[in-house]
Design a protein around this ligand. Structure first.
Ligand code: NAD
Ligand code: MG
Length: 387
C-alpha cells in the first residue's frame, strides 16, 4: 500500500529532511500536502518536485504569490489557519508535524483527531497540551511516532514488553555552544553566536533553545508524556559529541543506547517506516574515528531551564504550556536583540511564578487560554523592562 504524507512545515530544517527521506523510501511513499510560511519559492519548488496535491502558506498575505508560483501546475493552493487545517485534515494517512512552536499545535491536533499517524517533531504539542494531545491521538486511532532525536532513540530501545523493568530515561544533551562558558560570558552573547550549534544543523529557534538548554527542558516534559514516566525517572546527561542520542536504564542495571551520526533523517526514516527499518543514505558511524565519548553532569546554575522543566513537570497541569509560551516570547525578544540571553530564564520563571495556581486543563480551550495569558504576561514584563 502506498503511504501518503502531509508535511506541516516542509520548508524548515525537518521538513527538508523529511522530503529527502520520502524520496529515499521510494514508491511506497508519496506526498499529499505541504505547508510553509514565508519561503514561497522553496515551498512551490518542493510542491512541484514532490507532485503534491495541495500547497499551503500560513501567511494569508502570501496567498497570491504562492498561487502565481504554482500556476499551471494543477496543485491546489490555500493559506492561513484554515489552509493549515485543510492540509492537516486531508486524506493522507501520515502527517509530519514539523511546524516550529505553538503554531503547530492546532493543525497537528486536527490530524491526530482524524486518526492520521503522526510523526512528531514539534515538541510544543506535548509540552503545552500533554495528556490532552496523547488522548486525541488515542481517540483518533492513529499512531504517534517521536521524531525528536532523543525521543526517537528512546522509542527505539524501550521495549514495551519490559515496561515493568524500566527505571529511567536518560536524555543526552550536547550542551550547546556555551557548555563551558561562565554565566558572565553568556550574559553578553547575541543570537548570531547562540545559533551556532556544535553538532546539529537545525532551525534558528531550536538552535538558540539548544544553547539555553530550553530545548532540553521542553524535551524532558515531552518525554514525560510520550513515555508516561514520573519526573524523577527522567535524567539529563551532557554528551558533547551527540553520538549517543539517548538511553533507557532497566532494573537489572542494563542501559540501552541508540547511537548514530547526528542526522535527523535517521529518526525521520525510523518513524515513517516503523516497525521496520528503511535503507537510508546517511553517514555511517565509524568507531575508529571517534576518539572518545564524553559525559558530564549538567550545570543547573548556569542552565536554569532544566530546573524550570522539573518544576513544570512536578506541578503538572498547565505549567508546561506556561513555560513554553513565556519561553517563545522571551526567545523572540532575544532574537530581536531586545533582551540578553540570561534574561530569558528570568522572564520564564517570573511568568511561571505568577501562573502557578492555574487549574489543570479540561480542554484544549484551557491550553490556548493559558498560552495566551502567559504570552501577555511575558510581553508585559518585557514592556516594563524597556520603559
Ligand atoms: P524551522 O524553523 O527550520 O522550520 C519551521 C517550519 O515551520 C517552516 O516550514 C516554517 O515555514 C514553518 N512555520 C514557522 N512559523 C509558522 C507559523 N506561524 N505558522 C505555520 N508555519 C510556520 O524549524 P525546524 O528546525 O525544522 O524545527 C521544526 C520543529 O521540529 C520544531 O518544533 C523543533 O523543535 C522540532 N525539532 C527540530 C529538530 C531539528 O533538527 N531541526 C530536531 C528535533 C525537533
Ligand atoms: Mg532533540
Amino acid at each position: 500500500m502506498t503511504n501518503r504524507i502531509t508535511i506541516l512545515g516542509s520548508t524548515g530544517s525537518i521538513g527538508v529532511s523529511t522530503l529527502d527521506v520520502v524520496r529515499q523510501l521510494g514508491e511506497d511513499y508519496a506526498v499529499d500536502a505541504l505547508t510553509g510560511n514565508g519561503n514561497i519559492e522553496l515551498l512551490a519548488r518542493q510542491a512541484r518536485e514532490a507532485g503534491a496535491r495541495l500547497a499551503v502558506t500560513a501567511d494569508d498575505a502570501r496567498y497570491q504569490d504562492l498561487k502565481d508560483a504554482l500556476s499551471g501546475s494543477g496543485i491546489a493552493v490555500a493559506s492561513g489557519r484554515s489552509g493549515l487545517t485543510e492540509a492537516a485534515e486531508g486524506p493522507s494517512n501520515w502527517v509530519m508535524a514539523a511546524i516550529v512552536g505553538t503554531a503547530g499545535l492546532a493543525p497537528t491536533l486536527a490530524a491526530a483527531k482524524r486518526g492520521a499517524h503522526i510523526a512528531l517533531a514539534n515538541k510544543e504539542c506535548l509540552v503545552s497540551a500533554g495528556d490532552l494531545f496523547i488522548r486525541a491521538v488515542a481517540d483518533g486511532g492513529g499512531r504517534l511516532l517521536p521524531v525528536d532525536s532523543e525521543h526517537n532513540a528512546i522509542f527505539q530501545v524501550l521495549e514495551e514488553g519490559q515496561r515493568h523493568a524500566l527505571e529511567r530515561i536518560i536524555l543526552t544533551a550536547s550542551g550547546g555552544p556555551f557548555r563551558t562558558w561562565t554565566r558572565e560570558a553568556m550574559a553578553n552573547v547575541t543570537a548570531a553566536t547562540a545559533r551556532a550549534h556544535p553538532n546539529w544543523s537545525m532551525g534558528l529557534k531550536i538552535s538558540i533553545d539548544s544553547a539555553s538548554m530550553f530545548n532540553k527542558a521542553l524535551e524532558m516534559i515531552e518525554a514525560r508524556h510520550l513515555f508516561n514516566v514520573r519526573p524523577d525517572q527522567i535524567e539529563v546527561i551532557v554528551h558533547p559529541q551527540s553520538i549517543v542520542h539517548s538511553m533507557v536504564g532497566y532494573s537489572d542495571g542494563s542501559v540501552l543506547a541508540q547511537m548514530g551520526c547526528p542526522d535527523m533523517r535517521t529518526a525521520i526514516g525510523y518513524a515513517l517506516s516503523y516497525p521496520s527499518r528503511p535503507r537510508l543514505d546517511v553517514q555511517r558511524l565509524d568507531f575508529t574515528k571517534l576518539s572518545r565519548l564524553d559525559f558530564e553532569a549538567p550545570d543547573e546554575e548556569r542552565f536554569p531551564a532544566l530546573r524550570l522543566a522539573r518544576r513544570a513537570m512536578e506541578a503538572g497541569g498547565l505549567q508546561g504550556a506556561v513555560l513554553n509560551a513565556a519561553k517563545e516570547v522571551a526567545l523572540d525578544a532575544f532574537i530581536e536583540g531586545r533582551i540578553g540571553f540570561l534574561d530569558m530564564f528570568e522572564i520564564v520563571e517570573t511568568v511561571m511564578d505568577r501562573m502557578v495556581d492555574t487549574p489543570p486543563a479540561a480542554s484544549m480551550d484551557d491550553v490556548f487560554a493559558a498560552d495566551a495569558r502567559a504570552r501577555a504576561d511575558a510581553a508585559a514584563l518585557l514592556a516594563r523592562r524597556a520603559a
